[in-house]
Write a protein that binds this ligand. Structure first.
Ligand code: PLP
Length: 380
């Protein structure tokens, strides 16, 4: 069987077939060396390796696995999701323009706003889940990049990637999709026309809340992509070998974790949507969600592990529910094997997040335990 014919679960479980040829180990080695030797004739002992910033075997292996999962021409790993986003935006020339979805991951919005001011770049923010609004803006503007995030964090809005591609083309822009909440398993944005897909690997790709990382994968090796690769190599925003090795280890169970998290999340969303102390549940898997039909077309195998819900009674009631949870850790971030809860208004009080909103990231625990924990916390 040709390696590219393999299904995601096989690619992931076998780390794209990597073994250690030197020892015969079925696990690739962790090689931390920063530099690589030449022989007496001054030839490199291993042609591919000169210096760690450019040549890191664990990073290359992680990138190979992710390219196969995304159906990408190439992938670059970064030391964080934000470093990956920054690498894309640094390609925009001074005085250029970008179109960015509003109401996305707050760290992204904040950094892009500051960056655009510093570099004299015109920033258009738009509610991209409203396709008509996105079309109108893109028809009227020229830009280098259109950046969307679907499903979005923490609003769980869904954006039509195919429609966004047409919009990007009308604005002369490349389409970049932050697919962190969709994982490389549930949506393949490059097949829907996206030019670059981005992930915070800190979240579900690593999935064990112990590695910070970012991913960019490209549909084709475009001049934009070459600029990103050159910048990473020369400016040095690279992932270290130990992190990359852990990431490869974690990805072996990525499809299994995503499947379980999605099934758990669906059951939790259904439970919360029936609960008398809950005002609303934001989860694209629920038929009542405005993006449900789109999510059903765009996502395969589940609707993800992330959701938000509004607690009846306002801010104090929501904080009290969070405080009574025993299994859910009260912590930021998402996508780990352990379930987390966060009161987003405490983190971003000025962005219009409802004060009674709790965002939860569903892990791989027993779903009945998660539901009883939520139930006791809601009933007080
Ligand atoms: C966490 C996150 C990021 C930022 O990634 P880091 O790895 O924390 O730098 C970007 N986008 C989304 C949707 C995220 O959840």
């Amino acid at each position: 069987m040709h390696r590219n014919d393999m299904k995601p679960a096989t690619i992931a479980a076998q780390a794209a077939g990597a073994i250690d040829m030197a020892s015969g180990g079925v696990v690739p080695p962790l090689q931390p060396s920063t530099t690589f030797v030449r022989d007496r004739d001054y030839q490199l002992v291993n042609e591919g390796n000169v210096y760690l910033r450019s040549h890191n075997e664990a990073v290359r292996l992680g990138e190979d696995i992710l390219s196969r999962l995304e159906g990408a021409a190439d992938t670059q790993l970064f030391p964080s999701g934000m470093a990956a986003i920054a690498a894309v935006f640094r390609t925009v020339p001074n005085g250029g323009a970008v179109i960015v979805q509003s109401g996305i991951y707050w760290g992204t919005t904040k950094w892009i706003r500051d960056f655009c001011v510093r570099r004299d770049i015109t920033l258009h923010e738009v509610e991209a889940s409203d396709t008509a609004a996105l079309q109108a803006l893109c028809a009227a503007q020229q830009a280098q990049l259109l950046f969307i995030e679907t499903p979005s964090n923490p609003w769980l809005k869904t954006v039509d990637i195919k429609a966004a591609k047409a919009c990007a083309q009308s604005a002369g822009a490349s389409l970049v999709v932050d697919s962190t909440a969709a994982t490389p398993l549930l949506t393949r944005p490059l097949e829907m026309g996206a030019d670059i897909v981005m992930h915070s690997a800190t979240k579900v790709i690593n999935g064990h809340s112990d590695v910070l990382g970012g991913v960019l994968s490209t549909r084709v090796r475009s001049p934009l992509w070459e600029a990103i690769c050159m910048d990473r190599n020369e400016a040095g925003a690279v992932m270290g070998p130990f992190e990359a090795w852990l990431l490869v280890r974690s990805m072996r169970t990525l499809p299994l974790r995503v499947e379980k998290m999605c099934a758990n999340a669906m059951a939790v969303a259904e439970f919360l949507s029936q609960h008398p102390e809950v005002e609303d549940v934001l989860y694209p898997g629920l038929p009542s969600h405005p993006g449900h039909a789109l999510a059903s077309r765009q996502m395969t195998g589940g609707y993800g592990f992330l959701m938000s819900f509004l607690v009846k009674g306002g801010r104090e009631a929501a904080l009290a529910v969070a405080g009574r949870l025993n299994l859910f850790h009260r912590a930021t971030s998402l996508g780990g094997v352990e379930s987390l809860v966060e009161h987003r208004h405490t983190i971003e009080p000025h962005t219009g997040i409802p004060e009674n909103l709790l965002r939860i990231s569903i892990g791989i625990e027993d779903v009945d335990d998660l539901i009883s924990d939520l139930n006791q916390a809601l009933l007080g």
